[in-house]
Design a protein around this ligand. Structure first.
Ligand code: B12
Ligand code: SF4
Length: 462
């Protein structure tokens, strides 16, 4: 039985990404495709990134698959729901996987999906495809990690099995299943670089309360550095990238691994530029030097908040001082530092917001991104505040990111906080630069205006 895998992420509809234009392919689907092909199971991947929903439907009309495998993440839910409707209408069996499907099994099944695979997809997907040769979609009782509806329409959730420990038994992602040249061309057009992504590990054992562990649990498994280098060699031969992206949760988490990887990459003389994500408590002088030598130019550090009280509430396991120290180390080693920052974490008060603004002004990372916290299903944050979530309409009509939380400040306050932060950050850079007097005056005035607005809005809670 033929399966088509797709993911419903459409770049043209993503206004935010259209400003950035650094697209990457859906690695999860490429891993699944490679695994199925290794087992001689017929599979195709329809990559929606550069396509559109009508083109996806036209493709399905032409190919008439018996089964459609759909990757779901929080942002693509509406398109996933449309595809479920389409599958029902055409009698195609829909199998959902990915981080969002795993946490909303009942909802997706009740909406009309046929099967949900929770966690890593390789083995369960191959097992379902095998089973469907001589069973109906309502009789999948013995396959771990699966949920479906039995003949009576009741939801059955099979037990979850532990993840495979040895990642190196999986084949490399099947990049040939899609047209990677479109990604490379986009990168080249907007950034003068050709970038390819890969992962060196799966899962993260840390416990940040807002972070989804729905696919990998709290496991952390690394690939052998030799295998990663082998994959990079293949990527180089096939796609001639000038830039890499290690799409790992925390690239610097295991220093011993990094040392070995560095040795191997040096032996191969591969020094392609890349960015990666680190944790401030997994960053030191030696790691900074290794990253620089590997070709890294920017380290993203999850700073999250400048308030230790909020960091502790998040169970982040990192101190402000560690973040400031990692930033200094980056500077010393000629690496840019980038911060991820979050406003609106439950319990955050005005003084915490001001501490974050002060912290960023003083630490002066090269770049930072702010977001407002949202409760993802299955996370510890969600469990703690689920009674305070303000639901709008039915489940089908909102994304988890759009949900608000009782007793939180308004989104306008967070907008002003982000603007104030930007002005404070810039003001510090302009200090002592005489030619920039007008800009300094502008940022001083804007910061004061934001202050006024923040104080005014502080009385309004959701
Ligand atoms: C890389 C990445 C990105 C990249 C994506 C670029 C790209 N195309 O690769 C960027 C930076 C753009 C990004 C953005 C966002 N991301 Co992101 N991202 C990741 C990250 C770190 C790695 C993804 C990856 O490649 N994993 C490796 C592959 C092998 O794993 P996988 O995709 O999960 O696939 C496996 C299983 O899920 C399953 N599976 C997957 N698809 C399917 C389909 C079927 C049919 C089946 C059966 C199984 C199956 O099998 C696969 C193999 O075992 C993950 C965290 C993580 N470690 O996975 C977060 C993560 C996926 N992102 C997340 C979030 C929240 C976001 C944002 C919303 C953040 C934001 N506030 O803007 C945006 C949304 C982007 C969008 N518009 O869709 C959450 C998703 C939570 C959720 N419930 O959906 C994650 C899990 C982070 C987290 N821990 O909270 N992200
Ligand atoms: S936020 Fe990063 S460090 Fe924290 S649990 Fe998630 S992946 Fe791990």
């Amino acid at each position: 039985m033929k399966i088509i895998l797709t993911h419903t992420y459409i770049l043209e509809e993503d206004e935010h990404e259209k400003q950035i234009m650094k697209p990457y392919p859906p690695l999860g689907l490429l891993y699944l495709s490679a695994y199925l092909k290794q087992r001689r199971i017929e599979v195709e991947v329809y990559d929606t990134t550069f396509s559109a929903y009508p083109a996806l439907i036209a493709y399905l009309e032409e190919k008439k698959p018996a089964i459609l495998g759909i990757h779901c993440n929080m942002m693509t839910k509406y398109t996933v729901l449309k595809l479920i409707d389409y599958c029902r209408e055409k009698g195609i069996i829909s199998i959902l996987g990915g981080p969002d499907a795993s946490t909303q099994v009942e909802e997706f099944l009740r909406y009309g999906a046929d099967v949900i695979i929770s966690g890593e997809g390789e083995e369960p997907l191959a097992a379902v495809l095998e089973a469907l040769k001589n069973r109906t979609k309502n009789e999948l009782f013995d396959i771990p990690n699966l949920s479906f509806k039995n003949a009576q329409g009741n939801i059955v959730q099979n037990p979850r099995q532990a993840s495979r420990r040895q990642l190196d038994e999986y084949p490399f992602p099947d990049r040939e299943a899609i047209d990677l040249s479109k990604y490379l061309a986009t990168w080249e057009k907007y950034h003068g670089q050709r970038s390819v992504s890969l992962i060196t590990a799966r899962g993260c054992a840390f416990t940040c309360k807002w972070c989804s562990h729905s696919v990998y649990g709290h496991t952390h498994r690394r690939r052998k550095p030799e295998k990663v280098v082998e994959e990079i060699r293949e990527i180089l031969a096939q796609y001639r990238p000038t830039h890499l992206w290690y799409a790992d949760d925390v690239f610097t988490v295991n220093k011993r691994w990094l040392v070995k990887f560095h040795e191997l990459m040096n032996a191969e003389n591969i020094h392609l530029p890349f960015e990666c994500i680190a944790r401030a408590d997994r960053f030191d002088e030696e790691i900074a030097a290794i990253l620089k030598s590997l070709g890294c130019y920017r380290v993203w550090i999850g700073a999250e908040s400048g308030s230790q009280r909020v960091l502790d509430a998040m169970s982040r396991g990192v101190t402000r001082e560690q973040v400031a120290g990692a930033t200094r180390l980056c500077r010393k080693h000629g690496l840019q530092s980038g911060y991820f920052l979050m406003f609106g974490y439950p319990g955050e008060e005005l003084e915490d917001i001001y501490e974050t603004i002060d912290f960023v002004r003083e630490a002066q990372p090269d770049i930072y991104l702010t977001t407002v916290a949202y409760p993802l299903r299955g996370t510890a944050m969600y469990e703690e505040i689920k009674d305070q979530i303000i639901y709008q309409n039915g489940w089908e009509s909102h994304l988890q990111r759009e949900l608000n939380i009782h007793n939180r400040f308004s989104s306008r306050l967070y907008d002003f906080a982000a603007k104030k932060m930007a002005s404070e950050y810039r003001k510090k850079q302009l200090r002592g630069v005489n030619r920039q007097l007008l800009k300094r005056i502008y940022h001083t005035a804007r910061s004061a205006y934001c202050d006024f607005q923040i104080r005014r809005l502080a009385n309004i809670r959701t």
